[in-house]
Design a protein around this ligand. Structure first.
Ligand code: IPD
Ligand code: CA
Ligand code: CA
Length: 263
């Protein structure tokens, strides 16, 4: 087995093991804390899963750095070398309130370029995976390139924060121009919906590198465009207003629906 095949197998095994930990927690009392506000939560399970990945990565790839949401990885001022990007539970609010629609996300970047991306929809047992220039898969079945459907013919996901904004109507205008708005509450799962052609766009209000890393590798492999809302490249060292969309929907949203202040 070559090194890359071995790495991919390890990552898959770890994701399935982490998913079991998340599901076992349904039978336990979990510890829930507010991070910045009542809708931004973290649980002991988020922290334990991140720690689990850190131990595994350190044991197998001791020279590689880890960028994890819960802060137990390394501190970053650049993306040189190999960087693992970990979101132990994406959709923690769903995990706590629904025990559904949450994902485990892992990606591996090299000198700032994503080359492996994994999003695991735990409750549906759906593992989305892509390797740069080698295609994207759902549970080992190749995914087809996404059709370039325009905004008016497709559904969109738009973050709760943008849809409920009192100061900016852009999100609602995009919704009106589309066939309809659907919200899940997991940036990763919303990106998989775009990647499988179920949505034509997903717009995130303020996504961190760990919300973006895996989805970007998968989306780009399928012909989608994943950028900041103003069209600039994603900055993997900060929070980004984001859009992942078909080329047509990406262009239309950027040209017609983003206020001048966003451009
Ligand atoms: C959040 C989810 C949510 C998105 C937030 C993210 P978390 O991730 O992906 O859908 O709107 O911006 O922070 O905190 O549940 O990992
Ligand atoms: Ca998370
Ligand atoms: Ca997240």
């Amino acid at each position: 087995m070559n090194q890359l095949t071995k790495r991919k197998q390890l990552i898959k095994d770890w994701i399935y093991e982490a998913a079991d930990k998340s599901k076992q927690s349904f039978n336990q009392t979990i510890n829930i804390e507010e991070k910045t506000n009542r809708t931004d939560l973290v649980t002991n399970i988020d922290k334990e899963i991140e720690q689990f990945f850190i131990e595994k990565i350190n044991a197998h790839f001791p020279d590689e750095r880890i960028l994890g949401e819960e802060g137990s990885g390394h501190q970053f001022t650049d993306l040189k070398g190999v960087v693992w990007v970990i979101d132990p539970i994406d959709g923690t609010l769903n995990f706590v309130k629904q025990q559904y629609d949450f994902a485990i996300m892992v990606s591996v970047y090299k000198d700032g370029v994503g080359y492996l991306g994994y999003i695991y929809d735990v409750m549906k047992n759906e593992l989305y995976f892509a390797s740069k220039n080698q295609g994207a898969y759902l549970n080992d079945k190749p995914l087809k390139k996404v059709e370039d459907t325009p905004l008016r013919e497709g559904l969109v996901a738009i973050s709760h924060r943008l849809m409920t904004s009192k100061i900016n109507d852009d999100a609602r205008e995009i919704g009106r121009a589309s066939s309809g708005v659907r919200m899940i509450g997991s940036a990763g799962l919303e990106t998989t919906r775009v990647a499988t052609g179920k949505l034509v766009a997903y717009i995130g209000a303020s996504l961190a590198p760990w919300d973006i890393g895996a989805g970007k590798v998968i989306a780009e492999e399928l012909g989608l465009i994943y950028t900041q809302l103003n069209g600039e490249e994603i900055d993997m060292l900060k929070y980004n207003k984001t859009i992942v969309a078909t080329p047509s929907a990406h262009k239309e949203i950027r040209m017609n629906y983003i206020s001048k202040t966003e451009k």
